[in-house]
Design a protein. Structure first.
Length: 230
DNA sequence: ACCCAGGTGGCCC
DNA sequence: GGGCCACATGGG
């Protein structure tokens, strides 16, 4: 199946209105970190609380004691890591751009990307989400969901982030609005049917998919044990 | 009880 | 480059 066919099929199956609501580029940046490996609703709780307390600013995060930030982030999970990531981001923006995120977001795409990746807690996907949703750049967010879906469809072999991203960007016009929509479609599809444990019976692409459950799910891998805490 | 979540960094080979 | 692990709360 060709990429364009796939996207059309997904488009007719899912609804993607208002995928990344935010009042400012900075809120997108904060949200990008909060939603790492976390459902949007959980990240949103924290975003709302931050706004309510007047902390949705670079200075607000930069000045808030790390302990208080951690407490604030608890509902979004991985709260210690995310607190450090947000601190690193806010400090970076304060030191280099006088607390104005636009200083970074208006840079040339590749330079901005490298700079984002140099910040602890920001990896490929978070950097691209920021570039796409906060800066409006045509950077495809090649989430795990994207590589999983394309991989099972037999459209690509590698699961390497950059490889998957290149695969898509080579086949699509560099259109930010389109990339945002497509990303949302992949996420919804992978979450609803092309899951870790796939629901092929319920999949809208079932008849055109080469994936046979058994190859990838045979002998389900041992899950990580929850370590006794405290 | 299980599965899953809009990833990242560290360590190892 | 790939595989494994810790990180954590919260909802279905």
């Amino acid at each position: 199946m060709e990429v364009e066919d796939l996207l059309h099929r997904l488009e007719s199956a899912y609804d993607v209105e208002d995928w990344w609501p935010a009042d400012s580029p900075w809120e997108v940046m904060v949200g990008a970190i909060l939603t790492q490996q976390t459902v949007w609703e959980s990240a949103e709780k924290v975003l709302d609380e931050m706004k309510k307390r007047g902390l949705m600013t670079v200075e607000g995060i930069d000045r808030l004691p790390i302990g208080e930030l951690e407490t604030l982030l608890r509902p979004a999970g991985f709260y210690r890591q995310k607190a450090r990531s947000l601190k690193a981001l806010a400090t970076h923006i304060r030191e280099r751009y006088a607390s104005d995120p636009r200083g970074l977001l208006t840079k040339e795409t590749e330079k901005a990307r490298k700079e984002l990746l140099s910040i602890r807690g920001i990896g490929n996907e978070t950097a691209d989400a920021i570039l796409l949703f906060a800066a409006g750049r045509p950077c495809f967010v090649a989430a795990k969901y994207v590589s999983r879906t394309l991989g099972r469809l037999g459209m690509i072999d590698s699961r390497d982030y950059i490889e998957v991203q290149r695969f898509l960007e080579c086949r699509l016009e560099p259109d930010p609005a389109g990339y945002a929509k497509y990303y949302a479609l992949f996420v919804q599809h992978a979450r609803s049917t092309c899951r870790t444990r796939p629901r092929c019976e319920a999949c809208t692409l079932h008849d055109d998919c080469s994936f046979s459950p058994g190859r990838e799910t045979a002998g389900s891998p041992p899950r990580p044990r929850t370590r006794a805490r405290r």
